[in-house]
Write a protein that binds this ligand. Structure first.
Ligand SMILES: [Zn+2]
Length: 78
């Protein structure tokens, strides 16, 4: 099943169908030459991580601490 990859270059935005054998590899957009990362094969339970688009002119922001929610099952009397 080919993977649908879109060129990250906003001025290009070309959509390519990449063979799944190239999943997780880097390629080049045939139109603009922009490096394109082919995502690994998606699984059903893991949504693909999306990068938040930031304007290129924005100042460098300090990285936000990752919010980790540790779910613990309620411990009740058995
Ligand atoms: Zn492109």
């Amino acid at each position: 099943m080919p993977i649908r990859v879109q060129c990250p270059n906003e001025a290009c935005g070309k959509v390519m169908m990449v063979k799944d054998q190239f999943a997780g590899t880097k390629g080049k957009c045939p139109d603009c030459g922009q490096a394109v990362l082919v995502p690994a094969l998606a699984t059903d339970d893991l949504p693909p991580t999306k990068k938040i688009k930031k304007p290129a002119s924005a100042p460098v922001e300090p990285p936000l601490p990752a919010t980790k929610k540790i779910k613990r099952p309620p411990q009740g009397p058995l």
